[in-house]
Write a protein that binds this ligand. Structure first.
Ligand SMILES: Nc1nc2c(ncn2[C@@H]2O[C@H](COP(=O)(O)OP(=O)(O)OP(=O)(O)O)[C@@H](O)[C@H]2O)c(=O)[nH]1
Ligand SMILES: [Mg+2]
Length: 450
């Protein structure tokens, strides 16, 4: 096992996602922490002709879109970088508004720890309960196993730095996280903070003497993330989170390394459309690096392709076959086991319904083609063959058809069976802003070779 470390760096890398219910203060906490770690960052009170309202001054470090600043809410995920004595942090500020849940799902991919910023007023246990539970499921099923919880707005005049309300919210949230599957020892800390005033972010606050620590920074520093070394030697695979065209550099694919090591001049192909490309340069944390390893969030400058050839949700794979041959395989359908966590349909979940799957960084509309078996959620024992419908709490084996027509003759998503490659073999089943179930892929059906 090894920790993630850049070749030229003595720091380790840590990828942190900020999540939580709407308007709990995620962007403010992320922005304030970044400002405390990098005092040279300037807080902007204007962007061109736009004035930033004083109360969004920290949030504006992350909320970079004009509409986000105007409305004071995050729409898509944004990244920021900072470093402490031993860690280089990548902070990903995710949206909390339920309508933008899909952007949160993409934002948390590759994170090693989720910082849950929840409001001390307890909205995460009442108004946003289902939604916060969905965020927990998305983190857990997406492979984010470490949690740091920040109970925010301790400065609020009704709370006035006292512990009663903090205790209540902390207890309720912990119960919810344990129920979703998080291990007690992976909930690293539940910290009372004020994102706005900065209490307990990097220094212990003397306004809450009843809390002994750790601070948010200490809690993040204590998290150890190790990656199995044998993953380094396998063929390189990266899931794309975002694509850019940058002047002087060209097409850049940003994403998370799922397996293997990437180096400059490596030949890759885009599985979705079979196009080939070559790595020009690699960047992490605004620094040029020579090797990208599993778990790292990197940017690859690519030769011979344009920005439009890539899509967030695609997968880049190393060309390894004999003679560097690329075989583009279009999956027709998958057989999967899905545990239903919620049933939003009046008549139950039946065959033929259209749902959205979130597989790593990919979102696709798919059809539930056939319900094969209803199984016991815990033992996996078959309860019923060919069920007509399933309800909340059932486990279901089903076939899911993938859409056939796509521009550029693309495959909708690149997947593997869960057994073969867990991170490309598990997915969420969603209906707009709510999770219906969590699934794993058992089998993939490809067309017969002609
Ligand atoms: N009093 C007080 N206000 C805060 C604190 N943290 C954030 N706020 C205010 O809460 C409002 C929302 O903050 P944001 O950081 O935009 O919240 P968010 O969670 O990023 O919101 P979404 O991304 O839209 O879900 C802003 O007006 C902040 O100034 C805090 O600790 N105390
Ligand atoms: Mg925000």
């Amino acid at each position: 096992m090894e920790t993630l470390q850049g070749a030229a760096s003595t720091h380790r890398y840590l990828n942190v996602a900020f999540v939580g219910e709407h308007a709990s203060g995620k962007s403010t906490v992320a922005g304030h922490l970044m400002k405390l770690l990098s005092p040279s960052i300037r807080l902007k009170s204007t962007f061109g002709d736009d004035k930033v309202s004083q109360k969004f001054i920290y949030a504006a470090l992350f909320d970079k879109l004009r509409t986000e600043r105007e409305q004071g809410l995050t729409i898509t995920f944004h990244e920021g970088y900072a470093q402490s004595d031993k860690t280089k942090f990548q902070f990903t500020d995710c949206p909390g508004y339920p309508k933008y849940f899909k952007n949160l799902i993409r934002g948390i991919q590759g994170a090693q720890v989720a910082v849950f910023v929840i409001d001390v007023n307890g909205a995460c246990l009442e108004e946003y309960k289902d939604y916060v539970q969905d965020q927990l499921i998305a983190c857990f099923h997406g492979g984010v196993r470490n949690l740091v919880v920040c109970v925010n707005r301790m400065d609020h005049r009704d709370v006035n730095w006292q512990r009663e309300q903090y205790d209540e919210v902390a207890k309720g949230f912990k119960e919810m996280a344990l129920k979703v599957g998080f291990k007690d020892d992976k909930i690293k800390a539940i910290i009372p903070i004020s994102g706005w005033e900065g209490d307990n972010l990097t220094k212990i606050s003397d306004r809450m003497k009843w809390y002994e620590g750790p601070t948010l920074l200490q809690a993040l520093e204590q998290i150890e993330v190790n990656f199995p070394k044998e993953q380094n030697e396998k063929p390189f695979i990266m899931a794309i989170k975002a694509r850019h065209k940058i002047g002087g550099i060209g097409t850049v694919a940003c994403g998370v390394v799922l397996q293997g090591t990437v180096r400059p001049d490596m030949e890759l192909y885009i599985e979705a459309n079979g196009l080939r490309t070559v790595v020009r340069t690699i960047e992490a944390h605004y620094e040029s690096i020579q090797e990208g390893k599993p778990g790292m969030s990197i940017g690859l400058a690519l030769k011979n392709i344009s920005r439009n050839d890539l899509r967030a949700g695609d997968v880049l794979t190393e060309i390894t076959g004999p003679g560097g041959k690329v075989i583009q395989r279009r999956a027709l359908s998958i057989t999967a086991t899905v545990v239903v966590v919620r049933n939003p349909f009046k008549n139950g979940i039946k065959k033929g319904i259209c749902v959205i799957t979130d597989l790593h960084t990919n979102h696709s509309a798919v059809k539930l083609e056939q319900l094969l078996e209803k199984r016991d959620k815990r033992s996996g024992k078959r309860i019923q063959a060919d069920p007509e419908k399933v309800e909340t709490g059932d486990a279901l084996t089903c076939t899911i058809t993938l859409p056939k027509t796509f521009s550029y003759n693309r495959t909708p998503f690149q997947c593997k069976t869960f057994k073969e490659f867990p991170s490309l073999g598990r997915f969420l089943v969603r209906d707009s802003a709510q999770i219906i179930g969590v699934g794993i892929i058992n089998q993939i059906q490809y067309p017969q070779p002609r």
